[in-house]
Design a binder for this molecule. Structure first.
Ligand code: HEC
Length: 490
């Protein structure tokens, strides 16, 4: 009753004020669904919270939103929804989904005041959402050739699926849109191509659809990726990934079982560019190779384990996007740029890492960074019990590795050489840094820097290069081993 009275008084006051030509002060009004809340929800939430999209329930009308009102207030206050974990004090991102403090306040007040609907005639209609392919009709649509069955319970699964493309010529890709068949279990998928037939062979050897482990060689042929909460996007104008003639597409998919056996057939839409791109692009990852060479060994209980790495730009660059990666122990990441004059810019900060949200964030406009700028990347992990995502209770020591119970971590900038002809130079300096990190890492392991790994690594190297099988490496075999590790095959 009290609620109705306040609303009625509110409306009367509003009517009088507006009839006097005085703007009503919205902060004295209790927000209603129809006028204040629906515009926020329909524009910021419904794109995912509608049938066939990523979110587990719909937010499309008053009843939907009221039903989960309290939870909604909580998740928007914590900024868990809409998913948008990145920040920068110096730059803005395109398609920033985050709510303003004022919008969060409106939702909070509305829930506190009993979630009034207001005049339902004033509820705006839903925006016209694109159904099906978000980027329009793809040039090529392909799907997994066999369904993969995911167990109901048990560990997360990483699996690689090979899709023949039968391309008669080299193609250039502006975007790949990924549509999982069983949305709830597919967490992310990274796309690669293979021209060597290696992936087909591995698939054929494995009786279950797809194969488990992908070599590092294939992982270099990236053509993008998709993660829960991420909406597909084209590369910036004039950029494209190469997809060579005859290549197979590999979907490297991470599944998260949810208590029910599910079958997955992913469908992929590929958007081609008309011809070769005018500009090339590359990635600067810190620490490189997802942290594989950084000696990540996180002690049990350590709440603040850090790895930092720097890279000095050998040429002027333009940055267009950024992404980050870690597993469940990730805590925060950031990257800064220190300009040659000493001024520092924050490129990105992810203060509360959440494994659920991993996509590429695009800057509103390309950022220019001059030659001599130092990039500093930092990843922090929390292996204590305070980390509610910690898969181990009590915590266990965790090392670098590919499984989701291992750890990785890096921040990746997507960049172009400001002068396109300098891209080769940039790439060669990037590769040099990886090589240096690789030799340091190996030297450390041989020196016993990472105790128990030393023996296994030595054994593996000997097994691999001991061609005459005498249990040790002669000069020729040692030279081969050296060539292999220098050749950046990690
Ligand atoms: C980019 C896609 C996307 C957008 C935009 C989005 N959501 Fe979600 N939302 C999801 C997904 C996916 C989940 C499931 C998360 C999970 O299971 O971890 C989810 C889960 C939720 C949950 C359940 C959280 C829980 O703890 O169970 C609530 C509540 C929610 N969203 C509210 C909102 C509101 C309110 C907005 C807008 C202000 C919004 N979402 C915008 C994708 C989105």
């Amino acid at each position: 009753m009290k609620q109705i009275l306040t609303t009625a008084v509110g409306i009367t006051a509003l009517t009088i004020l507006s009839s006097l030509g005085v703007a009503a002060n919205s902060s004295t009004q209790s927000p209603s669904f129809s006028e204040q809340v629906a515009p926020i929800v329909f524009n910021r939430c419904t794109v995912c919270h509608r049938p066939g999209e990523a979110a587990p329930f719909t937010l499309m009308n008053y009843a939907d939103v009221k039903k989960r009102g309290k939870l909604i207030a909580k998740v928007v206050q914590k900024r868990f929804m809409p998913p948008w974990p990145v920040k920068s004090t110096d730059y803005t991102f395109a398609n920033d989904r985050s709510l303003s403090d004022e919008e969060i306040g409106t939702i909070t007040d509305w829930v506190k005041n009993g979630m009034p609907e207001g005049d339902s005639k004033k509820t705006p209609s839903l925006p016209a959402f694109v159904e099906g392919w978000q980027l329009g009709t793809p040039d090529l649509v392909v799907r997994m050739t066999e369904a993969y069955t995911l167990h109901a319970e048990g560990p997360d699964i990483y699996r690689n699926f090979v899709i023949p493309l039968n391309l008669g010529e080299d193609k250039w890709v502006r975007a790949i849109e990924f549509r999982p068949g069983a949305r709830s279990i597919v967490h992310h998928s990274l796309f690669y191509y293979d021209t060597t037939g290696e992936a087909r062979e591995q698939d054929a050897k494995d009786p279950v659809p797809g194969f488990r482990r992908m070599g590092q060689g294939l992982q270099r042929n990236s053509v993008g990726g998709w993660a829960v909460g991420g909406l597909p996007q084209f590369l910036p104008d004039g950029l494209a990934y190469k997809l060579p003639k005859g290549s197979d597409l590999i979907l490297s998919t991470h599944f998260h079982p949810l208590g029910k056996k599910e079958k997955e057939i992913s469908t992929v839409g590929i958007y081609f560019a008309d011809g070769p791109p005018k500009r090339g692009f590359t990635a600067i990852q810190l620490p490189p190779v997802f942290g594989a060479l950084a000696g990540v060994v996180i002690p049990a209980g350590e709440a603040d384990y850090r790895k930092q790495e720097s890279f000095v730009l050998p040429v002027d660059i333009k940055v267009f996007g950024v992404s980050a990666h870690a597993h469940y122990l990730g805590k925060s990441m950031k990257m800064t740029a220190t300009l040659p004059g000493g001024e520092t810019r924050q490129l990105v900060s992810i203060p509360n890492w959440d494994f659920s949200w991993q996509e590429e964030y695009r800057y509103s406009s390309e950022l220019f960074l001059p030659k001599g700028t130092r990039l500093d990347g930092e990843v922090v992990w929390d292996n204590s019990t305070d980390n509610i995502s910690n898969p181990n209770n009590p915590p266990k020591p965790v090392r670098w590795g590919r499984e989701s119970t291992d750890e990785m971590g890096c921040v990746t900038l997507m960049v172009m050489a400001a002068n396109p002809s300098e891209l080769t130079k940039l790439n060669s300096v990037i590769r040099d840094q990886v090589r240096k990190a690789a030799s340091t890492s190996i030297a450390n392991r041989f020196a016993g820097g990472e105790g128990e790994q030393r023996g296994t690594l030595l054994k593996r190297i000997i097994e691999k290069f001991d061609t005459d099988g005498d249990g040790k490496l002669n000069d020729a075999e040692r030279a081969e081993a050296r060539k292999f590790y220098r050749g950046n095959r990690f």
